[in-house]
Design a protein around this ligand. Structure first.
Ligand code: PEP
Ligand code: MG
Length: 758
């Protein structure tokens, strides 16, 4: 214990000295030269060096005590190269008593480091980003202790604050940082929301600034931490108790898990250790958060990653409770015009915080097509690309960035010609949009007089404006879970009623189909934890959750009935697998109707109840189902991923199976024919309906109503008006018999030959 105390004392002394140097006047070079001298002396090392990351993928020796001074700004290592590059790549510390025998050791003759045996290095981290590497070396083989690694990490964090966001190399050095950081670069990721945009990079940093790093009195910091933790627990408690679920066992589990996690001893202990090492409470929380983010990069296991995410989230909450009340917490307000946001990840509410007016596109290091932020971005029609590795490391604030959301490509600092070409493409798109808008009142009728109803899929109020500026007739799918996902608590019946009423007011006389909650699977509510599933898409979700937790469905249907008193109400249930499930959901609706009748409350003027066809098994129960439903809506996204047994979120399978395969076409024809025989209206509301060639196939198969993402309506409207159904139907029928993997190319050729705008 005495030894521990001594080592903390030493760490605090070092930290205070580093802080004083940082605060002193002088150039960055002078200050860092001084810092390496102090660290070397305090840590009894012959060498201390600082490498700074530059241009995204290079580490340059910036300051050294002990290595050859001529090597400064000369020695460079790529990320991943040598031990220094290895530390930066993995964002993890290394301590070696025999560094030269490590397979990654890279000898640089100019440094004169061959005489040093042992090496300890830590990443200089900020916001999970590696800004550089701090290294000490010793001549004799030396075993560095855990405490020494911890101390060096703490010092690195303070150095990170000094160098972050500064033009370190811009002070008269022969080589300028511009050389590498202005190099154009092309990165690819996953398209999450289509569209093209050019703008200026703005880093999304939901982090509060930590203004004071080094503390004089650890006891006072322990006390501040304890107070902040207490405040955070009570804030979490009131957040949960405000949710309208207090009587349910489920809710208790959720609350307990979350609270238990917030009280995780390991997490709090690591923060306390960092305070013992001389940091303020907020700097200690930040340090543990940064370490966690670095670990997150290494972890592949999704369950564990999620847990680390929770720590990240809790750290932000805790920092808020520790924050300086003067701190400016509003990041969103500062968004400049033409901004392209770059983020590690982002929640849907965070995206909504930004003003749509200035926001051009979003680039994420994480994110899948079903990420909540992607759903909201689609509603706002903002191009988004996810899965861009080290976007924050590659893109500097202020860089010009082109985002090709259709192909998932980001061009960073593009050359003049590329910029010109993109400006042209964006203009062509705008012109096309203007043409579609001008034609919106033309009837949606094929050349041979068949009327096709085009509807939009909506999830946010903002989607509904497209009803007025496009040819859409109504809302074919209202995803009611989106407002649940962007709120921080479960909306109660009154809040839901108000919400649905607002939707009905906004759509006016047009029809809207409300889909009951499709929660579970990947649509997890922030305030409602469930256990992780191996196959969430085919797991406990949608109607399965609704039937197992009927209070949710009761509440939602009660709110829908209330909101549509005296008006039309169309409801449909998602992920129905068998008729019996539909029957049970319908009987819950019947109970809610009786409840209103008993109270003498007004009922909807007309009630229509439908089912989504998203699970293939239901197609084999169509005769029984169709006697009980007022309409059927084919959810092609889920239906076809189950039909083809191909996870729609797995990029490896994206090219392998095609929804335009003969098997899919004949399956969909079977569904349409059963509905036609039974006289039940059928629609398709998956992504297929928004792709011109796929929608062409749907029309040829007999769908007379399709529902799509709002931005697609213009193109599909033009496609329908240039198509003749009779010959198309004949052609599609001939394709179903082919042994081909896909008939997409053939359909495209057909469209081109027949002058169809697809
Ligand atoms: C579908 O599965 O096609 C559908 C419309 O539902 P979601 O995309 O919301 O899962
Ligand atoms: Mg679905």
């Amino acid at each position: 214990m005495t030894q521990q105390r001594e080592s903390w004392e030493a760490a605090r002394r070092l930290l205070r000295r580093v802080r004083d140097v940082m605060a002193a006047p002088g150039s960055m070079q002078d200050r860092l030269d001084f810092v390496v001298r102090i660290i070397a002396a305090e840590m009894v090392a012959e060498v201390c060096s600082i490498y700074i990351r530059r241009g995204g993928d290079m580490l340059v020796l910036y300051a050294t005590q002990g290595l050859n001074p001529e090597a400064v700004r000369v020695t460079r290592l790529a990320i991943g190269e040598g031990l220094v590059g290895h530390i930066a790549e993995r964002a993890l510390p290394i301590a070696l008593s025999e560094a030269q025998s490590h397979p990654d050791f890279a000898y640089r003759p100019e440094t004169g480091e061959e005489i040093y045996h042992s090496l300890m290095g830590v990443p200089i981290l900020r916001a999970g980003r590696v800004l550089g590497v701090l290294v000490v070396q010793n001549r004799t083989p030396r075993q560095y202790t855990e405490d020494e690694i911890e101390t060096l990490q703490t010092v690195a964090m303070v150095v990170a604050e000094l160098v972050a966001g500064r033009d370190i190399f811009g002070d008269g050095a022969a080589e300028t940082s511009a050389e590498t950081s202005t190099r154009p670069k092309r990165l690819s990721g996953t398209p999450l929301c289509g569209g093209l945009a050019i703008g200026t990079a703005v880093l999304h940093e939901p982090r509060l600034p930590v203004r004071r790093m080094v503390a004089e009195d650890p006891e006072a910091e322990f006390e501040r931490l304890a107070v902040a933790l207490r405040e955070m627990y009570s804030a979490l408690d009131s957040m949960f108790s405000a949710a309208d679920l207090s009587s349910s066992g489920e809710h208790r589990d959720v609350l307990d898990t979350y609270r238990m996690f917030a009280q995780d001893r390991g997490w709090i202990e690591r923060i306390r250790e960092a305070i013992s090492g001389g940091l303020t409470a907020e700097a200690a929380v930040r340090k543990v958060q940064d370490d966690t983010r670095a670990r997150m990069r290494q972890v592949r296991d999704p369950y564990f990653r999620e847990r680390l995410h929770d720590i990240d989230d809790l750290s932000n909450r805790l920092l808020q409770h520790l924050a300086d009340p003067e701190a400016d917490q509003s990041i969103a307000s500062q968004l400049p015009e033409g901004a392209v946001l770059v983020a590690r990840s982002m929640g849907p509410a965070e995206l909504l915080d930004y003003s749509r007016k200035n926001l051009q596109a979003v680039i994420l290091e994480q994110g899948s097509p079903t990420a909540h932020v992607a759903i909201v971005a689609r509603a706002l029609d903002i191009p988004v690309i996810g899965g861009i590795d080290d976007a924050l490391g590659n893109i500097q604030p202020g860089d010009t960035v082109i985002v090709d959301g259709d192909h998932g490509i980001v061009f960073i600092r593009p050359g003049e010609q590329i910029q010109q070409a993109f400006v042209e493409s964006v203009r062509a798109r705008e012109e096309q949009r203007a043409i579609y808008a001008a034609q919106k009142d033309e009837p949606t009728v094929t050349l041979d007089g068949v009327r096709i109803v085009l509807n939009i899929n909506a999830g946010l109020f903002i989607d509904l404006q497209h009803l007025h500026d496009s040819a859409a007739a109504g809302v074919g799918l209202y995803r009611t879970e989106v407002p649940f996902m962007v709120e921080d608590r479960l909306p109660d019946v009154a809040a839901q009623t108000e919400f649905y009423q607002r939707v009905l007011d906004l759509v006016g006389d047009r029809p809207v189909v409300f889909r009951t909650l499709d929660l579970g699977g990947d649509k997890i509510l922030p305030y409602w934890r469930t256990t992780r599933e191996a196959n969430p898409a085919m797991g406990w979700r949608a109607i399965r959750v609704a039937l197992d937790r009927p209070y949710l469905l009761h509440q939602q249907l009660r709110a829908l009935l209330r909101a549509s008193a005296g008006r039309d109400l169309n409801v449909m249930f998602p992920m129905v697998t068998e008729v019996a499930e539909f029957e049970r959901a319908r009987s819950i609706l019947a109970t809610e109707i009786r409840r209103r009748e008993r109270r003498g409350a007004e009922l909807p003027r007309r009630l229509r109840v439908g089912a989504m066809l998203e699970v293939p098994s239901l197609a084999w129960q169509l005769p029984a189902l169709l006697q009980r439903v007022d309409f059927l809506s084919v959810g092609s996204n889920d239906l076809l991923q189950f039909f083809l047994a191909a996870d729609r979120t797995n990029p490896r399978l994206a090219q392998r199976y095609d929804v335009l395969s003969p098997a899919v076409l004949s399956f969909l024809r079977f569904v349409v024919s059963k509905c036609d025989e039974a006289g039940v209206p059928v629609s398709c509301c998956g992504e297929m309906a928004g792709d011109p060639i796929e929608a062409l196939a749907l029309v040829g198969l007999g769908f007379r109503s399709i529902s799509m993402p709002p931005p697609a309506v213009g193109r599909i409207h033009a496609m329908v008006r240039s198509t003749s159904v009779s010959s198309l139907a004949e052609y599609i029928r001939s394709l179903e018999r082919l042994p081909d993997h896909s008939v997409r190319a053939k359909l495209k050729a057909y469209a081109a030959d027949h002058g169809i705008a697809a």
